[in-house]
Write a protein that binds this ligand. Structure first.
Ligand SMILES: [Zn+2]
Length: 57
C-alpha cells in the first residue's frame, strides 16, 4: 500500500500503535508527510491487508 496523500510506501511509515480486534489487527501508521492511515490485518488464510486514509486531526 502507498500513502494516499504523497504516494510514499506505507511500509516505510512509522507504526504508531497496533490493536487487536475481533476482525484482526489494526495498525496505525503515520507517513513522513503526516498522513495517518489505518491498516486492517486479518488473520484469514489470505491475510489480506487493507489500508484507508483517515483525517490526521
Ligand atoms: Zn504520505
Amino acid at each position: 500500500m502507498r500513502c494516499a496523500h504523497c504516494g510514499w510506501p506505507n511500509d516505510e511509515a512509522k507504526v504508531l500503535s497496533t490493536h487487536h480486534t475481533s476482525e484482526g489487527w489494526v495498525r496505525y501508521r503515520r507517513c513522513m508527510c503526516g498522513q495517518v492511515s489505518i491498516e486492517l490485518i486479518t488473520l484469514d488464510e489470505q491475510a489480506e491487508t487493507h489500508a484507508q486514509p483517515v483525517s490526521a486531526g
